[in-house]
Design a protein around this ligand. Structure first.
Ligand code: DGL
Length: 259
């Protein structure tokens, strides 16, 4: 059995790339819903439907564990899918999102003022604030900033424009925040440029640096999942819409070089 990853596109691949570095022995299946990109602008119902289709595809292709490597889908759909899909023939499977592990990272940080950059849906869902509020001891303040231009720019390979746009949002809306949380897996692609721009004035939390260790710990804590995972180093990728510009990237990725 494999570990599946769902996202609309590049963002999830960057998470998978880092997970593979830490846990290369397992077999992985990536489902990229490139046809419906960007998910962040869609309705809650559409996001649920597209995510469900992706998770179903991954379950049908022998994924024991599915990581929803997309904040937009993790916001409401991950929980709804855990409640509705993990019954009957999929009762032994697992679905994990990326927001809860990121919130744990926020909680364990020494800083108190955080800014979250996310898609329209992630910000409107209020999921980060809800998860922070559940942890009663928390002292962190969080300003959530919707940055809908970033995913299309990153998917188009226009990194310079994406960085400029993110910088403008951070400078005008992140106020005195000490930490910026990149709450969309696509934004990992511009983390280095943002770190360089803000030098020592802000710290950035990037999910490709958070999720691999969380999955590793999860597998140690869940031997019933880990013991059924196959270990042939397999990498499969399914995109709902072919993208010529992904070819090189995927070839490189499938050959073990990373996205
Ligand atoms: N990568 C997804 C996320 O983390 C969003 C991509 C999209 O809007 O399609 O939210």
């Amino acid at each position: 059995m494999k570990i599946g990853f769902f996202d609309s596109g590049l963002g999830g691949l960057t998470i998978l790339r880092e997970v593979v570095k830490v846990l290369p022995q397992y077999d992985y299946y990536f489902f990229g819903d490139t046809e419906h990109l960007p998910l962040g602008d869609k309705t809650k119902e559409e996001i649920f439907e597209f995510t469900k289709n992706g998770v179903e595809y991954l379950f049908e292709h022998d994924c024991q564990l599915v990581i929803i490597a997309c904040n937009t889908s993790s916001a409401d759909s991950a929980r709804a899918l855990q409640q509705t899909m993990l019954v009957g023939k999929y009762a032994d499977r697992k679905i994990l999102g990326v927001i809860v592990p990121t919130v744990e990272e926020i909680i364990n940080s020494p800083e108190t003022r955080f800014a979250l950059l996310g898609t329209k849906h992630t910000v409107e869902s209020g999921k980060y604030a809800t998860e922070l509020d559940k942890r009663e001891q928390r002292e962190q303040e969080l300003v959530a900033i919707s940055t809908p231009e970033l995913v299309p720019l990153i998917e188009a390979g226009d990194y310079r424009a994406a960085v400029d746009c993110a910088v403008k949002y951070i400078e005008t809306k992140a106020g005195e925040s000490e930490v910026v949380v990149l709450g969309c897996t696509h934004y990992t692609e511009i983390k280095s440029a943002l770190r360089k721009h803000f030098a020592n004035s802000k710290r950035f939390i990037s999910q490709d640096e958070v999720i691999p260790e969380k999955i590793k710990k999860y597998l140690v804590a869940h031997p019933e999942i880990e013991s059924v995972l196959s270990r042939e180093g397999g990498r499969n990728i399914h995109l709902t819409k072919h993208r010529a510009d992904y070819d090189l990237l995927l070839q490189h990725f499938l050959s073990g070089g990373g996205a």
